[in-house]
Write a protein that binds this ligand. Structure first.
Ligand code: ATP
Length: 367
């Protein structure tokens, strides 16, 4: 990173009594970045937010804001604001007063308050609704009030803890675009928490995948999806087929041969493997190529198998198949202009191979 990080967690651990919520977390967040903490319930995402906001203190390690250690700095002196799941709006105040509240508490001059509230309401497209009470707003509008309130003090960092959890599917998607757009306009660093992988991918510059108090991978959405560093990440971010393989010959130019589920395949590898080493071959459903067995244009090598089930999804068809050795795989068929019919039926015999180079190879014990 060229400019110093706006936030840095150095060797942070957090204990609640005997429970260790975070182990040795090291993380640098760049100024202006949209960073998402992604992971299952209880993995420690909210604990990281609460440390950054100052509602909790680290048990070990240092937390830095703009290069300064802030372990003991109280929340109100951090220039960090949080948007909570519940939005926490004042029900008896209209939108304007909700947004103006913090500035009034600071006893800012009236003219300044009016100017700043008007400006921030315009930014979140709520200027026409300034007189409404929270109960007269949709979920998405309430959310924008909460954001307006959080950005009115020009924080360096905005923390968002599952802010869409109360919204329905369609509104969630719309808000994802809006928040991402708003973040770009404002240039403020956003740290966003979610357990929803699609949401994380849709919004973030970088995603931090966590499990059981540890960071399992940090990367762009594409890196996390296409180059998972371990089985936990691979499985958490979408469907994945995990094939068992044994390296048979040490290859050249990044390719070695392996026995994959009983069939000899060339594998594209990132490092050298010894013959006899056991590995996992990871393939996303869209990496697999399927042909009906009687079709002649099949590349070799290939597996033989049988279609078990097809599930129509609109733009795609999910395919469940079983290889002749009993291994179950998930594949997907995309419709295109020439071929708008489902190509396979349960019971069809098929050959299965994959797009060369799209496989990810991990040592078998990396989970
Ligand atoms: P969720 O998605 O369910 O909100 P999370 O990933 O945000 O989960 P945290 O809330 O950070 O997870 O919790 C991490 C661990 O720390 C959990 O085991 C939780 O039970 C524990 N924990 C969090 N806060 C406290 C607390 N105040 N006292 C005791 N244990 C806590």
């Amino acid at each position: 990173m060229e400019t110093p990080p706006i936030i840095e967690l150095r060797g942070i651990a957090k204990y609640f009594g005997d429970t260790c919520a975070l182990y040795n977390i090291n993380l640098e967040i760049a100024n202006g970045e949209f960073l998402t903490l992604l992971g299952p319930s209880g993995c420690g995402k909210t604990s990281i937010l609460r440390l950054i906001s100052g509602f909790e203190r680290p048990s070990k390690g240092d937390l830095l804001l703009n290069g300064r250690i802030i372990n003991n700095t109280p929340p109100e002196r951090r220039q960090v604001n949080t948007v909570f799941q519940s939005y926490a709006l004042f029900p008896h105040m209209n939108v304007w007063d909700n947004v103006a509240f913090g500035l009034k508490m600071q006893r800012r001059p009236k003219g300044e308050i009016s100017r700043r509230v008007a400006e921030v309401l315009r930014r979140v497209h709520l200027d026409a609704l300034a007189d409404r009470m929270p109960r007269q707003l949709s979920g998405g509008q309430q959310q924008r009030v909460a954001i307006a309130r959080a950005i009115i003090n020009n924080p360096l960092v905005l923390l968002l803890d599952e802010p869409f959890s109360a919204l329905d599917f369609k509104l969630r998607k719309q808000m994802q675009f809006e928040i991402k757009h708003l973040q770009r306009q404002l240039g403020i660093t956003f740290v966003f928490v979610t357990h929803d992988q699609e949401e994380a991918f849709a919004m973030s510059d970088r995603v931090v995948v966590m499990n059981e108090g540890e960071i399992r991978q940090i990367g762009t959405s594409q890196q996390i999806y296409e180059e998972p560093e371990n089985l936990f990440v691979a499985r958490f971010v979408g469907d994945i087929n995990v094939l068992d393989a044994v390296i048979t010959t040490l290859g050249e130019n990044g390719i070695c041969m392996a026995d994959v589920e009983g069939v000899e395949f060339p594998l594209h590898v990132r490092r050298e493997y010894e013959p006899g080493e056991t590995v996992n071959v990871l393939l996303r459903p869209e990496d697999l190529k399927i042909h009906l067995e009687h079709e002649k244009s099949v590349e070799s090598p290939f597996f033989l198998g049988r279609i078990e089930e097809t599930v129509y999804k609109g733009a795609t068809v999910d395919i469940l198949l079983t290889l002749d050795n009993g291994k179950r795989l998930q594949a997907v068929e995309f419709f295109n202009e020439d071929d708008a019919e489902i190509s396979y039926r349960p019971g069809d015999r098929v050959t299965v191979t994959w797009v060369a180079g799209w496989e990810v190879i991990l040592t078998a014990e990396s989970e």
